[in-house]
Design a protein around this ligand. Structure first.
Ligand SMILES: [Zn+2]
Length: 378
């Protein structure tokens, strides 16, 4: 095995690396690093060739049922790129079951490269964000600091004017830092709005709700000390994360400078889900989904259409078990609904829909459709 495992770059994640073999061929086996959190999913690493004759290795992802929604790995299609080129999907994982009930999954990696980079899904970090800013002319504004002292960034298409009745859109992404499909959807959405110029709503965006998690390669779901998307005030009037305090102030500033049309909170669901895009419709304080929220879900479902909108059960209510109290603190979108803002959480699959695997082009197209849906009804 003459490959060097490189984890020394932003957003990397892997642990327990070992050299093994699959049917006589070399293999690198590893598993995602929990990074002090109860859930794992995100991984990203580079393999650098140290021997010109080294054969292509296999990837063995160990303990795949311990990933959130990992199953036996057969629904998972991680991404790979060679020598810094374009990303592409690996085939579905091959489960590897052991006599004691454990399960790993494995994938063959491409041969011709000096550097192979592998990730759970298409990465999106500061480099990709910088390219988006350069392409769209969006403004960047630091609006606070993360709990580890990094700048919290807002992108916008203008400062707005207090009392203005220009329609307004607010978008949150990456409150769960490993959910990179959210960023590619946002990328497409913002490129589309940039094309519309002044016809676009006043748009303020949080590209990285958890910038520490993005840089440190954390999955971020349910992360300690508390999930950012379970830290918004409810019965308890104070946020439980400093980042949320800053994002709340941003939303308050934005809503004074526009006629709020919609707040979108972009996410990705469990690892194996292959149901395209769907929405969580937050309930109001009375336990009922407000009519404008349900109407937004119906509009976006129709704008998204095939092959992206979930073919069944597009508008959902989040009643799944939670580690966090549901009333003392809320999700960002539910907090917004309690503030009287129309808000939705949008979940975009890491994989695709049914047999169709999503590419970066698909994710951006989803963002374009969302932008068109917002503008058409704004
Ligand atoms: Zn999420």
């Amino acid at each position: 095995m003459t490959w060097h495992l490189d984890l020394d770059f932003p957003g990397s994640n892997a642990c327990g690396a070992a050299v093994t073999c699959v049917d006589g061929a070399p293999a690198i086996s590893l598993t995602p690093d929990p990074k002090d959190s109860p859930e794992v999913l995100w991984f990203r690493f580079r393999l650098r060739r140290l021997d010109a004759e080294a054969p292509a290795p296999w990837l063995v992802l160990r303990h795949v049922p311990t990933l959130l929604g990992g199953g036996d790995g057969s629904a998972l299609q991680p991404v790979v790129r060679c020598d810094g080129g374009a990303w592409s999907r690996l085939p579905p994982g091959q489960p590897c079951r052991y006599a004691d009930g454990r399960c790993d999954a494995r994938w063959p990696l491409p041969a011709a490269a000096a550097c192979l980079e592998v990730a759970f899904c298409f990465p999106y970090g500061q480099e990709e964000l910088d390219a988006l800013i350069a392409a769209t002319g969006l403004r960047v504004q630091a609006v606070g600091a993360s709990e580890r002292g990094r700048p919290l960034l807002r992108l916008d298409n203008g400062p707005g004017a207090e009392g203005s009745q220009r329609p307004g859109l607010f978008v949150l992404a990456r409150q769960h830092s490993g959910e990179t499909p959210a960023s590619w959807v946002l990328d497409g959405l913002l490129r589309r709005l940039a094309e519309l110029g002044e016809a676009a709503p006043l748009t303020w965006v949080v590209p990285f709700g958890d910038p520490d998690g993005v840089l440190d390669g954390c999955y971020g779901k349910d992360r300690h000390p508390v999930d950012i998307n379970r830290a918004w005030p409810g019965v308890d009037s104070k946020p439980r994360r400093h980042e949320v305090l800053c994002w709340m102030q941003e939303i308050e500033r934005w809503r004074k400078r526009c006629a709020p049309t919609l707040l979108l909170d972009l996410h990705a669901p469990g690892a194996h889900e292959r149901t395209g895009v769907y929405a969580f419709t937050p309930m109001g304080a009375d336990g009922v989904v407000p009519e404008p929220v349900g109407a937004w879900a119906a509009r976006l479902q129709s704008t998204l259409g095939a092959p992206w909108a979930a073919e069944q059960d597009f508008a959902r209510v989040g009643r799944y078990p939670s580690r966090w109290p549901r009333e003392t603190h809320l999700t960002g979108s539910r907090w917004a609904v309690h503030q009287g803002l129309p808000a939705l959480a949008v979940e975009t699959s890491y994989q695709g829909q049914g047999g169709r695997v999503f590419s970066i082009t698909d994710y951006r197209a989803i963002g374009v459709r969302l932008a068109d849906g917002v503008v058409a009804t704004g």
